[in-house]
Design a protein around this ligand. Sequence first.
Ligand code: 2AL
Length: 249
Amino acid sequence: MLIQVVNPNTSASMTDLIGRSARATAGPGTAVVAVHPEMGPASIESHYDEALAVPGLLAGIAAGAHDGADGHVIACFGDPGLDAARELATGPVVGIAEAGMRAATYLGRTFGVVTTLQRTTGRAWELAARYGVREQCRTVRAVEIAVLALETDPAARSRIAAECADVVATEGCDAIVLGCAGMADLAAELTVRVGVPVVDGVAAAVTTVEGLVRMGLRTGKRGEFAPPPPKSYTGVLERFGMPTAAALR
Ligand code: 2AL
């Protein structure tokens, strides 16, 4: 089985980290290819970043499907472009917020999200509602560390650990979901340090896609998620009018 993990920002080092987490989780016989778009924002931490990350992400999904991926992970906590990616790909497509939050609901009654910047917390709440887990999600906390600073800020680990501990102490949450793909390497250590299950969405999404593919299941293509019809797109998006790997490459 081949799982494509798309980091929708253009940070190569973050893509490496995401790929390492995905490979550590994938079962025997599953290969993981981790990619990022050539065009788009260096990190995704605003609605503007999120919107403009989507064309590059979709081009990557089309290429991955064409090159034989059995399923796809969108490795950004806003789950950008998830529905559009489901239209383009035939294999299952799972977002890390979706998979992380759903996994947390198997591990306890309530969970909290610990993410990067306060301005991204609205999206996390919105996604919790969209995925039907708004009631189980008791808090969404931000550590005010920018996405790319997760790799360079020496205080990042301890700040995230302290926030996770506070979520448990003040909200009594049974589990925590890490709210950024750039935190993928922290889950195991934090689970021990904080004393509740800490879910990395990348790992949760990889195992979800893997399970769906193993069950022989793919995205339903009869209605809403049928391939988008070709049509005229103009300007810099002209090639997106033909939603094929060859056109989008
Ligand atoms: C993210 C993420 O997972 N990747 C990225 O660039 N931005 N999400 C976040 N809440 O900071």
